[in-house]
Write a protein of this length. Structure first.
Length: 130
């Protein structure tokens, strides 16, 4: 269960908005609408972003005529929260099962495999690969 200070897990639609803002930086509702595919209606995006602000997922700068939205939580923290939830719900807490499933479902690039090896070596305490 997340700590009380953790924001709630974002829905799929909220994640799309967060990914847009993480990728492009703070933006207005119009900025988000123009970048998302499929493109939501302006009022739909506005309502979602207002709800996300109330939930603590976004911050809204109201100092100018056009409001600018910024994610309140870094991408890595949200990913960590979602992976922890998935690990608990789908893999009974088994990190190895999650990793094996992820690597067997998708072809990993050389760089990704090297990053996994480096992480495993650092976890095992092998100083030559840290």
């Amino acid at each position: 269960m997340p700590a009380k200070s953790d924001p709630p897990k974002p829905t799929e639609g909220e994640l799309a908005i967060l990914r847009c803002l993480w990728r492009h930086g703070p933006g207005t509702v119009r900025d988000v609408v123009l970048r998302l595919r499929p493109q939501p209606g302006y009022t739909t995006a506005l309502k979602m972003m207002q709800i996300m602000t109330e939930k603590g997922l976004l911050e809204r700068d109201t100092s100018q005529r056009v409001h600018v939205f910024t994610p309140r939580v870094p991408r890595a923290q949200t990913q960590k929260q979602l992976v922890a939830d998935l690990l608990h719900k789908a893999f009974d807490g088994s990190a190895s099962s999650l990793v094996l499933q992820a690597l067997s479902n998708t072809r990993a690039s050389k760089q990704e495999l090297e990053a996994v090896r480096k992480l495993l070596n650092s976890i095992e305490g092998n100083p030559q690969h840290e």
